[in-house]
Write a protein that binds this ligand. Sequence first.
Ligand code: SF4
Ligand code: SF4
Length: 304
Amino acid sequence: MKMQPVLKRYSLDFKDRTPAADRRRRMVWSQRSRHIVQLAFALFIIGGSVAHYMAAEDGSTASIDALCPFGGIETLWTFLSSQGATIPKTHLSNIILLIGLVAGTLIAGGAFCGWVCPFGAVQDLLNGIRRRLHIKPVELPTRLDAILRYGRFITLAVILYQTISSVKLLFAEVDPYRTLFGLGWLFEFNPATSWRAYLVAVSVLVASFFVERAWCRYLCPLGGIISVLSNFSLLRIRREESSCKSCAICTRPCPVKLNVHDAKIVSSNCIGCLQCVDSCPRHGALEVKLAPAWLPIKSHASEN
Ligand code: SF4
Ligand code: SF4
């Protein structure tokens, strides 16, 4: 194998010091780091699910339900209103993870979605496969996209209403993240009882293959909460108008379709993947900065 193409492919050709090569290196390495972190969290959750199925006694290892911060939101009302009791299948661990998620979001915005969430990682993987197959993504009209984003809050409201009124994790039965990473489809495949879960999971995965991060953008209840909290995060991506030449190169790679090039601070729907920052050709035009909500910066990126 020839050395030069390999070096170029992995952006290890450090002799090439042109700004374009520097930018390519930055992009490759920051995205590679992100994918490694995503993979590590996904393997952690998969390992937990395998251990749970292999355990000799039920309850001796944590199930996937105990490892989800959204379980903390579902059980919070019961926890607060009944002196520490939790909804069946949730635990104190869910509340602790929720506290960690809130703290992390107040510091780094939606980075949980871009770097940690295994279901986000699966959607990135599907997007990568689609690109390799040279299949064009489906781009929804701007107005429809903006309306569909409210779907996350509708899902959230329905889940909270159902969970609080029934004191059961009803959403867990069709949650695509739980269906996929809980590994029930592998260890106890049962279409007769779980067909709804399989149908929802397959539909979401197919939609996310054609529409980048479809679940995150339109349906994920946790993503909805994170986007609200991100309005108060300390770190935000800011665009310096004096350095920016409005080329819109930064907007192209955005997986959640935000208009980065006409914002002063990117939208709170940002998942912190940093692809816009890495792709920007102008030094200092787009940077992650300390930009909490109380700083006097008014304009935010429009959606889509
Ligand atoms: S929006 Fe939901 S599914 Fe998507 S990355 Fe965030 S938490 Fe995960
Ligand atoms: S605005 Fe930038 S960091 Fe945020 S999701 Fe889009 S590309 Fe990623």
